[in-house]
Design a protein. Structure first.
Length: 202
């Protein structure tokens, strides 16, 4: 089967990590991985990004062909309580990252560290961020930490279970699924209202 252009978006995922390690400020590009799925879910009402355009999912699928045990993930990973709980936890961590950015914006010193799995802090003093405002650099460090943590979790579940097991509980996937459900519920409500109005005028 002939490949489409979006079948190669895993290259963009690799490029993001290469650029981020070369200069932490490239971590800002990761906002595309957050905004595009939300845009497609809000205005398109679908999970096209997860199903077609997610470079991380493609990369996990490719690497998982060799490294994955290829066994079904545990059922709790698919459960609503875990997926929405994990999304909530991730959003709290994201909020704390924004708080750190705000503190640097208001005068606090820049902390040049990458935090893995919300616990392990890696010094990153070698990064040259002199060309950007301190708060922009702080956001980059925090955002790169979030991206790296989620990627590590993705690779861990890839090895332990199926290649794209991360997609089962990915916070962005959970969020876009929730948005799509709300859109469908709203559309069904509007269709039902219009149906009643049509019957009333008949």
């Amino acid at each position: 089967m002939k490949r489409k252009w979006y079948d190669y978006l895993w290259i963009g995922e690799l490029a993001y990590w290469i650029l981020g390690f070369c200069n932490i400020l490239f971590a800002w590009l990761g906002m595309l991985f957050f905004c595009i799925p939300l845009f497609l879910a809000i205005f398109g009402g679908n999970k096209a990004y997860c199903n077609r355009y997610c470079g991380r999912g493609q990369l996990l699928g490719l690497v998982g062909r060799k490294l994955s045990r290829n066994v079904p993930p545990p059922k709790f990973l698919r459960s609503g309580w875990f997926r929405y709980g994990f999304l909530t936890f991730f959003m709290v961590m994201f909020g704390l990252m924004l708080r750190s950015t705000w503190m640097v914006f208001t005068g606090a010193p820049l902390r040049q560290t990458i935090t893995l799995l919300w616990v392990f802090k890696l010094p990153w003093q070698w990064a040259d961020v002199s060309m950007a405002a301190p708060w922009m650099a702080q956001f980059a460090f925090g955002f790169f930490s979030v991206m790296m943590t989620s990627t590590i979790l993705g690779f861990l579940t890839m090895v332990l279970f199926r290649p794209r097991s991360w997609c089962v509980y990915c916070p962005m996937g959970t969020m876009t699924q929730g948005i799509c459900r709300l859109r469908r519920r709203k559309e069904d409500t509007e269709d039902g209202r219009e149906g009643k109005e049509d019957r009333g005028t008949a």
